[in-house]
Design a protein around this ligand. Sequence first.
Ligand code: ATP
Length: 535
Amino acid sequence: MEMDKLVSLCKRRGFLFQSSEIYGGLNGFWDYGPLGVELKRNVKDAWWRDMVTGHDDLAAPAGAPEPYEMTGLDCTIIMHPQVWKCSGHYDLFHDYMVDCRESKRRYRHDQVRGRWVAYQGQRIFVATTAETDHEVEDVTARALKFFKLRTKEAAELVWDETWQTLPQVTEVAQVLGPDAKVLGTLTAPREFNLMFKTFVGALSGEEGAAFLRPETAQGIFVNFKNVLDSSRVRVPFGIAQVGKSFRNEITPRNFTFRSREFEQMEIEFFCHPQSSAEWYRYWRDRRMKWYLDLGLSSERLRLREHHQEELSHYSTGTADIEYAFPFLPPGEYGELEGIAHRGDFDLRSHMEGKLDPKTRPLALEMGPDGKPRWRGSGKDLSYRDDLTNERYVPHVIEPSAGADRATLAFLCEAYCEDQAPDENGQMQTRVVMKLHPRIAPLKAAVFPLVKKDGMPEIAQDIYRALKKHFNVFYDEKGAIGRRYRRQDEAGTPYCITVDSQTLQDQTVTIRDRDSLQQWRVKVDDCVSEIRQRIG
Ligand code: ATP
């Protein structure tokens, strides 16, 4: 599937728009249109239902060491600045960026790719930040321009087979920056903190400085004691949160995949240190199954365990759930969710002060003055088991998912072109979004075949009966074939049509989006039929 086709469908049908588009857009920000908002809400609702409200606290699910409880939380986006100092985001949450002296543009060092090319004894590295589909085109055009060649002379350029990223390139003087016309204009990489800074109240100096949260997780850690004290949860239990996060990504790209404002769906699961490895395995597999159950194909989805050297010192396991997004080169995958065993790092950092992740056992990080670098809250965030009387700081398993990336993966997976007959019986290419019925924005559409003979009235009654339970759509405009096509593009699993036979026997046709099969059911059975089919 070519990404351009999906991007244009998303705009045409109102799944996704560029933010502030009438002013030329703002890079890294996206708006969800009328269909998109329903799709993304359904993704978040499915997650909340499957992880939190639908979870059975009384029985151990398959693969879980024992029963556990789940509860939710909704924290603020702006929190006390000390939260980010103790969490490590203030000191460590950065990427490396490079600036271009010529174009004045800024790039994320590891996201600039390129290829070496030689012409008449000169070898240069042509860098690009173009979307993956357009990389070859972009570097070729720019190499031709640099060497003052015409398109028909392209064969004279000798390209290296492999692509490299900027950190792999040592001869910086030979680099042609992504928007530069001359060589060697990129600066050395510098650290760039990804947190958006803002000011609270009337204080504009450092005193009033605060940050937009770059993840929802910290709100859960700092409320750990509140949740313990206000509810009757016992370890093991999880706290879930869905909400906006902000990262000032240097090179936002690949549609919504890397945005500057996005939503996360995170769980912090608190357990006894001794059983944490088992819980880590449970959550890794449970989360993988969630994506499969909602329709991502097992061929495009993979679970990648981090190697020992990739792990933080305090972590005994981290895995990423990754999807082969169509905008990535073949064989490459993009992260949908990370599942990390975080030990007691977070709770202890908020209790004692920022811990040094390089120490083992974990010890406080000291500043140049020999005092703790960042002071913790001093509040006791340990847990006392009232059955055994044991007191300990729980270990944490963190499944951290992105609602926008999941939505994008579902959109990519759903996009499909097939052949179907039009109203004249001619085979035509049909674009259909094969979204899982649970997340489809509309569950059904209701049409009167023609706008007369009482058909609209019957169809409207069916629409109203369905509307009490599901999001459904009524349409009486245009040829029936065109109405079907519009719903196929919207991903609506079922279309219900009132026709002349309805007037005789009170049955309607139901058409299945994917198989195109049609069957008749009683008007009065429409609600139960749709309910049973969408599950
Ligand atoms: P990446 O390496 O792709 O930047 P990350 O490892 O920094 O991601 P985490 O900090 O683990 O991401 O965040 C958890 C989840 O939040 C990710 O798996 C992803 O789904 C989502 N996420 C993170 N950054 C972004 C972003 N810029 N745009 C959209 N979703 C994001």
